[in-house]
Design a protein. Structure first.
Lengths: 306, 291
């Protein structure tokens, strides 16, 4: 409105470029501030020592932080924990999410309300429900122990969050509860786009339901499966709130994820330089994995930027 | 159309319809229980008296109920402030995100723009970034500008983390709108800005609501930035305040108030889901699949 339009010889295309540029600019500016700067800054800061030893002043350190990271057992353990958590939770969520999507894709009375209930866990705040899950797995008064005791499966209460393996199991259970709905929403959308005629024709050819499932459902659902896995992988790999609230990374670092380690390196040990190098390595690992996934999607004929 | 989809029937095979129905009903019940049980347990805990909470074997349905744990949240702790902070930050960042993201989405969907596909690719990739990658750099920005314990330190990051989704969803919406509308408007002498505000905006409202609900949910639920940038007690958001109820100097863990806090923190979202389930599903699938 107020911007002066260059009237004279500027071509129509240039005018359109200019309009488009003005419309996009604010969004780009905010994304540069919140995404590009912090990540770029982490790359630079990772070449400096900036911690209590240097009185929080940046001192150039070359690749020293990366050398330290290479020999840092705690980092490798957190990476291992993150991998276990990610692989287990994403695999279970995919299986369970597919089963739920198949159920919700059928017509039955009350489907609307069941679909509403099925999306609910996804919408609730993770940190808040992590408090709830810690209570559910409480060693003294937790409902999980109570139910298992009533069923006669265990005789004494288990200290779920105090045992390294069981703490990881508890986190995975809570994460599966929280994010399976996301997977089933994505997969359900895929199922709904598959034509019923395909199944009818296949059944007329004498195929069993299971054969239809493997011959029609799975191949046609593959794009949605991969997209769901891609999103879940990234979220799971960076999981912070659930773990911070439920276990804080304990006991004895057995559930410390990369994000938790980064957070305490920066906020507790005030080691900004080393924290930056941890961020850079996590970033590169994520980009590598996402790159592979996008490449896989392209080979399946799904262009995610289409 | 019963049983047109062939899944899950394999085991039942040729057995009577009745059995299939019963098995299917049990599956539905399991699904509902799986989704609701953790929340129901919080609710039951929140209305029990302390003696009934801290006892084994557990008491599932107590003989007396109490709202005292809720009362404690609001009388002994600034829970109204937490709720107010969460509402303020979520609403403002949602409005800002829609205001900034919608024009960008329109430009990407409709106008010639160099580097468009690179921009889309980048948007998709950054929507996958965990917030932990951003928090160190943001911490520096926040302290450089002196906006720690200031709503801006959450509103701007929340706007940014929701922009990729907003742009992708709104773009797919604009792509579905018939171009004729705008062409006709252009013939009538409307400029781009007039087309946007007078013709497209009214049509866009449903899509804006869809996107806005999602951005509100993401902003309301965010934890890491709120934990890091808002350290003053009265400025905390609900997730952080709830997570920290457990902490610190008390000798006894306040199980009752904690359960009550989880219910208070989830009620706004339960309402959103009840009212807008369809829109949430629409937005999620448009953002993830078509994006």
């Amino acid at each position: 409105m107020t911007a002066k339009q260059p009237q004279a010889e500027s071509s129509w295309v240039q005018k359109e470029w200019k309009t488009a540029g003005i419309l996009v600019a604010p969004a780009i500016a905010i994304l540069l501030l919140v995404y590009a700067y912090p990540i770029g800054r982490s790359f630079i800061l990772s070449l400096f020592a900036e911690n209590l030893g240097t009185q929080l002043q940046p001192v150039f350190n070359g690749l020293g932080n990366y050398g330290r990271l290479f020999g840092d057992g705690r980092f490798w353990q957190s990476l291992g924990n993150t991998t276990v958590f990610t692989v287990a939770s994403v695999a279970i969520e995919l299986g369970l999410g597919l089963a739920i999507a198949l159920i919700l894709n059928r017509s039955f009375r009350g489907r609307g309300i069941v679909r509403t209930i099925a999306i609910l866990p996804w919408a609730l705040p993770t940190a808040v429900m992590a408090v709830g899950w810690a209570w559910i797995f409480n060693d003294q008064f937790g409902v999980v122990n109570d139910l298992l005791q009533r069923l006669g499966i265990i005789s004494d209460g288990i200290n779920w969050l105090g045992n390294p393996t069981l703490a990881m199991v508890s986190l995975i259970v809570a994460d599966v509860w929280k994010t399976t709905p996301f997977v089933s929403v994505i997969l359900l959308a895929g199922l709904q786009s598959i034509s019923k005629d395909l199944y009818e024709a296949h059944a007329m050819d004498g195929a069993s339901p299971w054969q239809s499932f493997t011959a029609i459902t799975v191949p046609l659902l593959m794009p949605q499966i991969l997209i769901a896995v891609l999103f879940r992988f990234a979220q799971s790999f960076g999981i912070f709130d659930l773990v911070q609230v439920m276990t804080g990374g304990g006991p004895a670092g057995s559930t410390e994820m990369v994000s938790i380690y980064i957070y305490s390196t920066v906020m507790r040990y005030l080691d900004f330089g080393y924290g930056a190098s941890l961020i850079v390595v996590t970033f590169l690992l994520l980009i590598l994995a996402v790159g592979l996934a996008v490449y896989g999607l392209r080979r399946l004929g799904v262009d995610v930027t289409q | 159309m019963p049983s047109t989809s062939p899944q899950l029937d394999s085991a039942a095979g040729r057995s009577p319809q009745l059995w299939k129905g019963i098995i299917f009903g049990i599956l539905i019940l399991c699904l509902v229980a799986f989704c609701l049980a953790p929340v129901m347990w919080q609710w039951l805990t929140s209305v029990k008296v302390n003696a009934d909470i801290e006892t084994t074997p557990n008491i599932y349905f107590p003989s007396r109920y109490t709202l005292s744990h809720y009362g404690e949240l609001f009388s002994r702790r600034p829970f109204w402030s937490y709720l107010g902070n969460s509402v303020l930050v979520s609403v403002l960042s949602t409005l800002l995100c829609l205001g900034v993201g919608t024009p960008a989405a329109y430009a990407i969907a409709r106008l010639r723009l160099p580097g468009k596909s690179i921009l889309l690719g980048l948007l998709l990739i950054i929507s996958l970034f965990p917030y932990i990658l951003l928090f160190l750099g943001l911490l520096e920005i926040v302290s450089a500008f002196g906006v720690g314990n200031n709503y801006l330190s959450l509103i701007v990051p929340y706007t940014a983390i929701n922009l990729p989704l907003t742009i992708l969803v709104m773009r797919s919406f604009f792509q579905q709108l018939p171009r004729d509308l705008e062409d006709a408007a252009k013939v009538d002498g409307y400029n781009t800005q007039q087309i946007l505000t007078q013709i497209l905006l009214p049509l866009t409202l449903p899509a804006l609501v869809t996107t806005g609900i999602l951005t509100f949910i993401f902003a309301w639920n965010e934890f890491l930035f709120a934990l890091t940038f808002m350290t003053q007690e009265t400025l905390k958001t609900v997730p952080v305040a709830t997570a920290q109820l457990s902490g610190a100097s008390q000798f006894e863990t306040p199980y009752g108030p904690m359960a009550a806090a989880t219910i208070v923190g989830t009620i706004p979202l339960v309402l959103l889901v009840l009212l807008f389930q369809r829109k949430i599903v629409q937005g999620l699938t448009a953002g993830a699949v078509k994006g």
